[in-house]
Design a binder for this molecule. Structure first.
Ligand code: YSA
Length: 350
């Protein structure tokens, strides 16, 4: 019996392929009510002279089974640990999962470029109120209430008589009231006009205003500055054109355009086009006078009499449309991720 029992037990142990299955075999043979224990309990029924030899035989069988059990248990535990390590292993050579990243809005990009250019040229950057008093937006800029130029900038009026500024030119006045010449400043921000929207017009858009005041400032300083800006934005070969225009707060006044050739068009041999970016001119003496009046009211010295200066104002939306080939201004504010998402990484173009 012991030989058969041992052989059967060993065969069952070897074919147990999980720790749970092995536990069942263990209980069957060496557990409290197992077959070996039963054999031992039957020793008492044997004649005394046989008991010792039989007992020794059974013990050898039990030890043999136990040794194979221990070995099998160790090997199954090793295999289970290996499988666990394998399944939980991290492959550090796998590429990481890309995190969705944001990006700068194209208008912010154009603004940043503009501010960098003007900071390099020594301009101070300021921001001012979007809710403005009529005086700073119109009167002090030589646009009295009866002036037809008011109709060019349809205004959102507030119930308290203030307005949403129609241009950033209000900052010319505010800056001069606070600062004495010589000065160079740029101011960026939102402006609002009560206008129907189309591919190039929005009711809310942005502007960048520039102002330089000192002694002997001339129109050629203005032209050189606008050319420097255009080349900084569109490359060394950018061409600028000035055409006479009317703004009540400058004399003479002009509009400036940049000759734009988009890179794909250039490859296809297509001609570029002139794109109007903004207005500019030499600061009107009436503006200096109005600023001195405001300064006087605030207890400050009149310092603008006899000074000269130039100013300009432009729309970054039109620049961004030009620079990034965006055909409709409304894309900027429609919050369509398919459009804005294209501005995550580096941009093509100039
Ligand atoms: C002129 C002379 C100066 O000495 C200083 C500033 C100026 C600019 C003046 N304040 C002004 O607002 N002129 S503007 O009405 O022609 O607008 C300037 C630029 O803003 C335009 O060239 C255009 O680029 C942009 N713009 C105007 N209306 C817009 C607009 N962009 C989007 N939507 C609109 N509705």
């Amino acid at each position: 019996m012991p030989d058969t029992l041992q052989a059967t037990a060993i065969a069952e142990i070897q074919s147990a392929d999980t720790l749970e299955a092995l536990q069942v075999v263990k209980t069957k043979y060496v557990g409290k009510s197992g077959l070996i224990t039963r054999e031992l309990s039957m020793l008492g029924k044997l004649p005394p002279e046989e008991r010792k030899t039989r007992g020794a035989e059974i013990n050898v069988v039990r030890q043999g089974i136990q040794a194979v059990l221990d070995e099998r248990e160790a090997s199954l535990k090793r295999a289970s640990l290996d499988a666990k390590l394998q399944s939980e292993a991290i492959d550090v050579t796998l590429p990481g999962l890309p995190l969705p990243s944001g990006g700068l809005h194209p208008i912010t990009r154009v603004y940043d470029d503009l501010i960098n250019i003007f900071t390099r040229l020594g301009y101070n950057t300021v921001e001012g109120p979007e809710v403005e008093e009529e005086h700073y937006n119109f009167e002090a800029l030589n646009i009295p209430w009866y002036h037809p130029a008011r109709e060019l900038q349809d205004t959102f009026w507030l119930a308290d008589g203030r307005l949403l500024r129609t241009h950033t030119s209000n900052m010319q006045v505010r800056y001069m009231v606070e600062h004495e010449p010589p000065l160079k400043m740029v101011s960026r921000g939102k402006v609002y006009r009560y206008e129907a929207t189309d591919a190039t017009h929005e009711a809310m858009f942005h502007q960048l205003e520039g102002l330089v005041v000192g002694e002997g400032i001339t129109m050629s300083d203005l032209k050189g500055t606008i050319a420097e800006m255009a080349q900084g934005l569109f490359g060394a070969g950018a061409k600028v054109r000035f055409q006479p225009s009317y703004y009540p707060f400058v004399e003479p006044g002009a509009d400036f355009s940049v000759y734009w050739q988009n890179p794909r068009g250039q490859m296809e041999g297509k001609a570029g086009k002139w794109l109007e970016l903004g207005g500019c001119g030499m600061v009107h003496p009436n503006v200096f006078r109005a600023v001195d009046d405001l300064r006087e009211k605030a207890g400050k010295a009149r310092v603008y009499e006899g000074k000269t200066g130039f100013a300009f104002g432009l729309g970054p939306e039109r620049m961004a449309m030009l620079k990034y080939g965006i055909p409709d201004i409304r894309y900027f504010y429609a919050n369509d991720p398919k459009v804005i998402g294209q501005f995550r990484g580096e941009l093509n173009g100039v």
